[in-house]
Design a protein around this ligand. Structure first.
Ligand SMILES: C[S@@+](CC[C@H](N)C(=O)[O-])C[C@H]1O[C@@H](n2cnc3c(N)ncnc32)[C@H](O)[C@@H]1O
Length: 301
């Protein structure tokens, strides 16, 4: 049988459900560096979203970029996926997004509450207008070259979601909340000053979208160490930033020992609360799976 190429909503979202995102080789023209590409994508997303929707909710455009991060640069036959995905209509893109995040939540139930502020609209039966705006944003991100970034190993080098969130947020709000994320090069400099060993904890109590974690992982890899062995502990009051940090942990392949909390870092015990929530969600998911298996068994009798 001839191999089937191309990308369909059900076939492409292989990567977000595990611990890592798509892997392929550097492919974009050498003339544009990764930071510039991230800025270009963020500008395209911002312009498409504000043209279509105006200011206001940011969960839709940020989740569109997060969803597209599940795409490899090329499909199994070597075709560039953006050619296929660019032709999707609003319903097909929505179907793809729903399938992608259902799959992630099935495989990683313990991060459901962290992702919720970003992806809940996808499961809330959004109206046609919101779906059309979402696909318009997706097409803008694709035209700006997102698969060349998040569909390749370039994704390790930059915080695309943080860049998009910063560009989307109204400037006075950013200023009021002090939400200026550390530039990648500075974060790497800081990370390089500490000697993070495998099997240790790395904590950022005001993590934003997790840029410091990315830098630590980069330095660890350069030193031949495995970031999967780290417990990444982070907190932020901004629930959308925490959702971005959670998706970033997959984009940057940080492993699954993620202890994140959306809340006030000044409140004592947030780490313990985050750990307890994680364990509770894992237990509930295991119970559910056991009940489903039991039901299937009873039905088969
Ligand atoms: C300057 S940013 C730094 C983000 C990140 N650590 C970095 O280096 O890129 C400060 C972050 O702290 C968060 N923040 C401010 N007050 C906080 C609080 N009381 N509890 C948790 N997060 C807070 C903001 O939402 C923002 O994301």
């Amino acid at each position: 049988m001839a191999p089937t190429c191309g990308v369909t909503p059900r076939r492409v979202s292989r990567s977000l459900k595990g611990t890592s995102m798509p892997s392929s080789h550097h492919q974009v023209s050498a003339s544009i560096n990764t930071e510039q590409l991230a800025n270009k994508i963020a500008a395209a997303v911002e312009s498409a979203w504000h043209r279509a929707y105006g200011a206001g909710r940011l969960d839709v455009p940020i989740s569109v970029v997060a969803t597209l991060a599940a795409l490899p640069e090329k499909d199994s036959c070597g075709h560039h996926v953006n050619e296929t995905v660019s032709s999707w209509d609003a319903d097909t893109f929505h179907d793809f997004a729903r399938h992608t995040w259902s799959s992630v939540i099935r495989h990683r139930p313990e991060i459901t509450h962290l992702l919720h502020p970003m992806v809940s609209w996808i499961f809330d039966d959004p109206d046609r207008e919101v779906r059309s705006h979402a696909v318009a944003v997706a097409q803008a991100a694709l035209r700006a070259g997102q698969p060349h970034l998040t569909g390749t190993e370039r994704r390790f080098d930059v915080d695309l979601l943080g860049t998009v969130l910063t560009v989307l947020r109204p400037k006075p709000a950013l200023k009021a909340r002090g939400q200026f994320y550390t530039p990648g090069s500075i974060a790497k400099l800081v990370a390089g000053m500490s000697d993070v060993r495998e099997h240790s904890n790395v904590t950022d109590p005001m993590m934003g979208t997790g840029g410091m974690f990315r830098a630590v992982a980069e330095v660890m890899r350069e030193r031949g160490r495995d970031p999967h062995t780290i417990r990444w502990i982070g907190c932020d009051v901004d629930t959308l930033a925490v959702a971005c940090a959670t998706v970033n942990s997959m984009i940057w392949n940080l492993g699954t020992d993620i202890v994140f909390q959306a809340g006030n870092t000044l409140e004592p015990g947030w780490r313990e609360v985050a750990l307890a929530q994680r364990e509770e969600l894992r237990r509930l998911a295991a119970d559910l799976q056991r009940d489903q298996a039991m039901n299937a068994f009873v039905r088969s009798l």
